[in-house]
Design a protein around this ligand. Structure first.
Ligand SMILES: Cc1cc2nc3c(=O)[nH]c(=O)nc-3n(C[C@H](O)[C@H](O)[C@H](O)COP(=O)(O)OP(=O)(O)OC[C@H]3O[C@@H](n4cnc5c(N)ncnc54)[C@H](O)[C@@H]3O)c2cc1C
Length: 422
């Protein structure tokens, strides 16, 4: 807990209480707090977070948990003042993505390459430590006048005109509760929003490695018949691996000694970056897909992983969550400007329709990549493999995918549309 965290009074009344101060919840808080300053009716916004990470020394080794942030996310984090709080020395811009199937050579013409220069962009995004994204967003929220409450949700009751929340830090009432409390969302459970959930029967193995060859400011991803293996470039010259392997393959990979794991890494990456030496321990994350059937209920809205969890192969979780945060903020602030109740079902349904129509096709496409490119056998898989090479040779399609990689496709919230003023 930070020393700056305010102790909460019991039965306090708020306009919006965001449960979960992860990267998505903290950014939603800052967006709401800043947008409300422009309206005649300022909002009292608080974020409830039990595990605020401590700031790490600026010269500490890079964490193994990182995310690829899109241009849209960069714009949102810039707008709330969080981007400038992330030291440039710890974020790595990546200029290219190279994606290939194990049936082709890693440096052949059949490798699908997305180059930022092709779209007239300086890069496709940045690789940033999760902890830094979260701490920067929480600090930005506080700087905007928001309040962080150190506590955990235990019970929630929705009434006609308010929501009542029992937490380890006291009891609160608010007009709108935002569930940003991750994949196991207590908010989602408490209000009875059901989900479609399935296990990928895969585990993501995450670690930082130093490779023999330079990463070339490129995100590399190989589709294997047992999953996907990605190397994301880091600011210290190392790479972050995300190896999403079938559970049966992941268990021995996690258990074997480092030298044997490094051998497997060399073999499964087809030596694209040469030999790799582990720089951190191996972390593991069981992978599952989750989509809430509804993102909203009376006086409640879900954002980020609380609403949807996608496979990490496309690096989209935080990026989609930040767009949820910006879309919800836009709808809520438009409502308060019109003197509408921000927790009203009609207001929240506008947010839900918007984000569901954006997320569902993306989740479907990510699933398809996992099903037919990783693992796949049979005709559909072969079509998908040819599709990779075809996309590489078709300019229009390639530009479409680069726009998507930048997070600039679809209907964007205003804050993600415009480059921030210099
Ligand atoms: C291996 C791997 C690689 C990934 N790579 C990428 C990538 O490159 N790019 C990308 O965009 N995404 C990536 N993701 C996805 C990304 O990590 C998640 O989508 C993201 O962390 C979701 O953020 P969130 O704020 O919604 O939830 P979380 O990060 O889960 O935060 C939820 C917060 O809620 C708090 N909380 C939980 N319960 C309660 C409660 N009862 N009361 C109060 N607070 C509570 C928690 O303490 C936590 O701080 C990856 C995921 C994995 C597994």
């Amino acid at each position: 807990m930070s020393a700056a965290t305010t102790p909460a009074a019991a039965s306090e009344s708020l306009d919006v209480l965001i449960v979960g101060g992860g990267p998505v919840g903290a950014s939603a808080g800052a967006l709401l707090q800043l947008a409300a300053k422009d309206t005649r009716r300022p909002l009292r916004v608080a974020v409830l977070e039990p595990n605020r990470p401590a700031a790490a020394p600026s010269d500490s080794p890079l964490d193994a948990r990182v995310s690829a942030l899109s241009r849209a996310s960069e714009r949102i984090l810039t707008a709330i003042g969080a981007w400038r709080l992330i030291p440039p020395s710890r974020m790595q811009p990546y200029e290219r993505m190279r994606v290939w199937h194990e049936s082709v050579q890693p440096r052949s013409a059949d490798v699908l390459e997305f180059d930022a220069a092709y779209a007239g962009e300086p890069n496709l995004g940045y690789i940033v430590e999760n902890r830094l994204i979260q701490t920067a967003a929480l600090t930005a929220f506080e700087a905007a006048g928001g309040r962080i409450i150190a506590g955990e949700l235990s019970r929630l009751r929705v009434h006609d005109h308010h929501v009542e929340l029992e937490t380890s830090a006291g009891t609160f009432t608010c007009s709108l509760v935002v569930g940003a409390d991750g994949a196991r969302s207590a908010v989602r459970e408490s209000i009875g929003l059901t989900t479609e959930t399935s296990s990928y029967r895969q585990t993501a193995i995450v670690a930082n490695v130093r490779t023999e060859l330079p990463h070339e400011r490129t995100a590399w991803q190989r589709f294997l018949h047992t999953g996907t293996l990605a190397f994301l470039p880091l600011a210290d010259g190392c790479s972050s691996i995300v190896w999403s392997a079938d559970d049966s393959a992941a268990a021995p990979l996690l258990a074997m000694p480092p030298a044997a794991f490094e051998e497997e890494l060399l073999r499964h990456s087809d030596a694209v970056l040469g030999a790799a030496k582990l720089r951190t321990e191996r972390l593991s994350f069981p992978l599952r897909k989750l989509t809430a059937h509804r993102f909203t209920a009376h006086r409640c809205a879900l954002i980020g992983d609380a609403a949807h969890v996608v496979h990490p192969l496309a690096g989209q979780g935080v990026n989609l969550g930040l767009l949820d945060a910006a879309a919800l903020c836009e709808r809520v602030c438009a409502a308060t400007r019109m003197r509408e109740d921000p927790g009203a079902r009609t207001v929240l349904r506008r947010y839900e329709r918007w984000r569901k129509s954006e997320i569902e096709p993306i989740a479907l496409a990510i699933d398809g990549f996992n099903r037919y490119l990783a693992h796949g056998v049979g005709p559909l898989s072969r079509i998908a493999q040819h599709g990779l090479a075809l996309v590489n040779r078709t300019e229009e399609v390639k530009r479409f995918f680069i726009t998507r990689a930048l997070g600039l496709g679809g209907e964007l919230p205003r804050v993600a549309r415009q480059p921030p003023a210099p």
